[in-house]
Design a protein around this ligand. Structure first.
Ligand code: NAD
Ligand code: UDX
Length: 463
């Protein structure tokens, strides 16, 4: 089948960048990204391409090139479904906050809504692609909904999980390590797989396009995230031991990472991993294992989350303890609120949990993040429901300048590894702080020797 029209449901951190790159690389395919969120679609269509809702290096240039040519953002979900031969489902699949599996299972209500909507609208055969990260065997449920509520047209379900990381989404999409496509073994299923392979072949080398059965594809995505997060929890667990023994976690990470069997990536000790994926996907994996009665498997992977929670807590406890066991009414400056550099995404960011702990101790938090608004900072804190919005608003403020955020602070906590933090005039920051001036570097990005020479009391993670 020659594909000329693609629709993607969900214009978020995955749907937006992924479809922008497909449109850029496949000018012969019309790509329409739809979303129920009218504000988000309006922002994607903003005349000033710098106002698109997602910050990713290189993304605005691609959107500027393809938008209006063969890339469209719209709220007309039904029309886009009707027109398309391939429909990507790229909606959110957060952890359930209610009912059975609360706090662990993936909430599939948005996925089911999409399936029902596709079934209702489709008047000709469609390929439906799971782009969202889903529990293994979700394709079975989607197929059942489509076949039982549809207009008796043929649906093929493919699993095509996305492996991009935020902050490097464009680079990851342009040069993926692999593209994974799972499909049904039938002839029709394999034809659908080939149609999607042909789309990616416009810019991805054939040896990087991997095809598998549906269940392997679905499970590989959860597994990849579990392995990546496990490396961070492993190195973070050892960072605590380093602090006790005089070993240095950066040196240990380098030493073990030079073993080609281990490799150097994803061994940076930190205040703990954040982001919308790792915690959610591991909890989901744990839930799936439990639902098959595999308690040992579930416990093994749950430990990755337990260690991450411990690492965040350890960081805030250390701030309080070091500041003479009280931070009440003390100004603590936060450099960074996003869950990692080069993104405006704050979901599950360690900064939120550290701030919450310190506000419980009656600290005053002053935030500077180059890409995160005060509105978002407040909304993130409110989402925890620890205290009222009014109390949060009194306890936390945001600044346009890092120097203002740090002015008269007792301590600075580095929560995100933004490159610009390294190049600041640290002498100027020191001069305007309360003394002793503390820096808690949750990302190990600053130079200990230089900061101590200025006069700071400097503490990193794992040394
Ligand atoms: P997101 O919340 O940024 O975007 C999802 C969008 O879907 C939202 O804008 C929402 O309004 C829209 N939506 C929900 N239901 C809809 C419906 N019925 N019709 C139309 N629009 C609807 O989420 P995201 O970060 O893009 O993640 C999407 C999926 O991709 C998740 O399953 C996630 O696990 C997976 N994923 C995310 C990343 C990442 O780095 N963020 C990476 C790989 C995979
Ligand atoms: C992750 C996966 O990397 C990606 O493949 C998947 O598609 C989505 O989930 P993302 O969450 O966007 O991507 O970013 P990632 O680079 O994995 O970072 C996640 C968190 O781990 C961040 O808070 C980051 O700061 C932290 N991290 C990462 C560390 O603390 N140490 C490291 O060595 C690497």
């Amino acid at each position: 089948m020659k594909i000329t029209k693609i629709c993607c449901i969900g214009a978020g951190y995955v749907g937006g960048p992924t479809m922008a790159v497909i449109a850029q690389k496949c000018p012969h395919i019309q790509v329409t990204v739809v979303d129920l969120n009218t504000d988000r679609i309006a922002a994607w269509n903003d005349e000033d391409v710098n106002n698109i809702p997602i910050y990713e290096p290189g993304l605005s240039a691609i959107v500027a090139e393809a938008r209006g040519r063969n890339l469209f953002f719209s709220t007309e979900v039904e029309k886009a479904i009707d027109d398309a031969q391939i429909i990507f489902i790229s909606v959110n699949t957060p952890t359930k906050t209610y009912g059975k599996g609360k706090g662990m299972a993936a909430d599939l209500k948005y996925i089911e809504l999409c399936a029902r909507q596709i079934a209702k609208i489709a008047k000709d055969d469609k390929i439906v692609v799971e782009k969202s990260t889903l529990p293994v065997r979700t394709a079975e449920a989607i197929k059942s909904i489509l076949d039982n509520t549809g207009n008796h047209v043929q649906f093929q379900i493919l699993s095509n999980p996305e492996f991009l990381a935020e902050g490097t989404a464009v680079e990851d999409l342009l040069n993926p390590d692999r593209i994974l496509i799972g499909g049904d073994p039938s002839v029709e299923g394999q034809n659908a797989v080939q149609a999607l392979v042909d789309v990616y072949s416009n810019w991805v080398a054939p040896e990087k396009i991997l095809t598998t059965n549906l269940w392997s594809s679905e499970l590989s995505k959860l597994t990849a995230n579990a392995f990546l997060a496990q490396r961070i929890s492993s190195i973070n667990a050892l960072s605590e031991l380093c602090e006790k023994t005089g070993a240095n976690i950066n040196e240990v990470a380098k030493a073990i990472g030079m073993d080609s069997r281990i490799g150097p990536k994803f061994l940076k000790a930190s205040v703990g991993f954040g982001g919308s994926c790792f915690q959610k996907d591991i909890l989901n994996l744990v839930y799936i294992a439990k639902s098959y009665g595999l308690t040992a498997v579930a416990d093994y992977w749950e430990q990755v989350i337990i260690m991450n929670d411990h690492q965040k807590k350890r960081f805030s406890n250390n701030v309080v303890q070091t500041l003479y066991n009280t931070v009440a009414d003390k100004k603590i400056a936060f450099l960074g609120w996003a869950f990692k550099k080069d993104t405006n995404d704050t979901r599950e960011s360690a900064a939120i949990f550290v701030a919450d702990d310190l506000i419980n101790e009656q600290a005053q938090i002053a935030v500077y993040d180059p890409k995160v608004s005060h509105k978002k900072v407040l909304a993130d804190l409110d989402y925890l429901e620890t205290r009222s919005t009014e109390k949060n608003a009194k306890a936390i403020s945001s600044f346009e300048s890092p120097y203002d955020a740090c002015k008269e602070a007792h301590a600075i906590a580095i929560l995100t590894e933004w490159d610009e933090f390294v190049g600041y005039d640290w002498q100027k920051i020191y001069d305007n702080m309360q003394k002793p001036a503390f820096v808690f570097d949750g990302r190990n990005i600053l130079n200990k020797v230089e900061l101590e020479a200025i006069g700071f009391v400097y503490q990193a993670v794992g040394s």
